[in-house]
Design a protein around this ligand. Structure first.
Ligand code: GDP
Length: 318
């Protein structure tokens, strides 16, 4: 693995996707670096418009990019909006990566996703498992786009010598998550459902699927710290997994959230909804070998995510 040193001091750093959960966390983390954070709101720059992206990147004089912009969502959003997930993610990646190369950006970090791995990949999933088998059908559209993004970074490195790297975060949760029962990811969806059950003194909460699939969860602030660490310290074609290396069942996740929220009911299962991948846990030994480890315990992360939800979603709606 090629270790490198990229000094952020005095650099102009664009966080593409700074309104999303991952991008916002990266922007917060960058405030501790001595760099200038550059962002563009959707009204000022539409990442789906190639000419606009090229013009903006050339004019803005950027040294480094965190490419966290993406069309994202949970298992139902992925399964029911395949065209948006494939098309929009491909266009955002190709526009930003090509514009960065054209404008001479010195370093770029692309955020992929753990869903790039085959459905039946050996667990924990090593980086080498990429493209060794068929994808999980509920999120193959998103996965194909993210695989293309990894390959774009690798191809631009090989052909043009661009210092573009990729990370594959596992399932994320934390402040700024999307609280949308249909389109959101599982942690946000369960925080919403369990809080609603507590408020209405309901004795049951419905989980989609069987509750048996296993997932690994990473707190956004840890993800952001890993992204800054990798951008500063890593330069190679091979992407890096980012996670904790530990997983739990969806039912265990639900029970943890219930504990934090102070709700004592029971869970029932809607088996008409998909389970998705049976197990998804990352092998994070490469990142550990470089010297990075996640710092936030799962319970602490859930506590902070729930507090954020109460303060920013529940209180604001009241
Ligand atoms: P995935 O990790 O890409 O499959 O996406 P999600 O973050 O949406 O997690 C999906 C897993 O959580 C699947 O096994 C679902 O069956 C399960 N799950 C249980 N209840 C819910 C829910 O209310 N919303 C979501 N998104 N997933 C749920």
């Amino acid at each position: 693995m090629a270790v490198s040193s990229f000094d952020l001091t005095g650099k102009r750093v664009w966080v593409a996707g700074h309104r999303g959960m991952a991008g916002a966390a990266i922007a917060r983390r960058l405030r501790r670096e001595n760099c200038e954070i550059v962002t563009a709101d959707r009204n000022d720059l539409d990442l789906l418009r190639q000419a606009d992206v090229h013009g903006w990147v050339a004019d803005t004089k950027i040294d480094a990019v965190f490419l966290a912009a993406a069309t994202v969502g949970g298992i139902m959003a992925n399964a029911t909006r395949p065209a948006e997930f494939l098309y929009e993610n491909l266009v955002i990646e190709t526009n930003v990566i090509h514009a960065a190369k054209s404008a001479g950006v010195k370093k770029l970090l692309f955020l992929g996703s753990s869903c790039i791995y085959p459905r039946m990949a050996e667990q924990p999933m090593r980086e080498e498992a990429l493209l060794t088998g068929a994808l999980e059908p509920t999120n193959e559209w998103y996965a194909i786009a993210k695989i293309a993004g990894i390959k774009l970074c690798a191809a631009f490195r090989r052909q043009y010598g661009c210092d573009f790297v990729s990370v594959m975060p596992t399932n994320l949760f934390g402040p700024g998550d999307r609280y949308d029962a249909e389109n959101g990811h599982v942690v946000a969806a369960l925080i919403m459902k369990i809080h609603a059950a507590k408020r209405s003194s309901s004795a049951t909460v419905e989980l989609w699927g069987t509750g048996t699939p296993k997932r690994e969860f990473l707190f956004t602030e840890d993800l952001a710290d890993a992204c800054v660490f990798v951008l500063k310290n890593y330069s190679d074609e091979l992407f890096l997994n980012v996670g904790t290396g530990r997983d739990m069942t969806i039912l265990e996740l639900a029970e943890s959230i219930a504990r934090v929220a102070g709700w004592n009911g029971t869970f029932v299962f809607d088996r008409s909804k998909p389970d998705g991948m049976p197990r998804k846990v990352m092998d994070v030994s490469r990142l550990h070998a470089l010297g990075w480890n996640a710092q936030t315990s799962f319970d602490e992360g859930i506590k902070q995510a729930y507090e954020w939800y109460l303060a920013n979603v529940v209180d604001r709606a009241a």
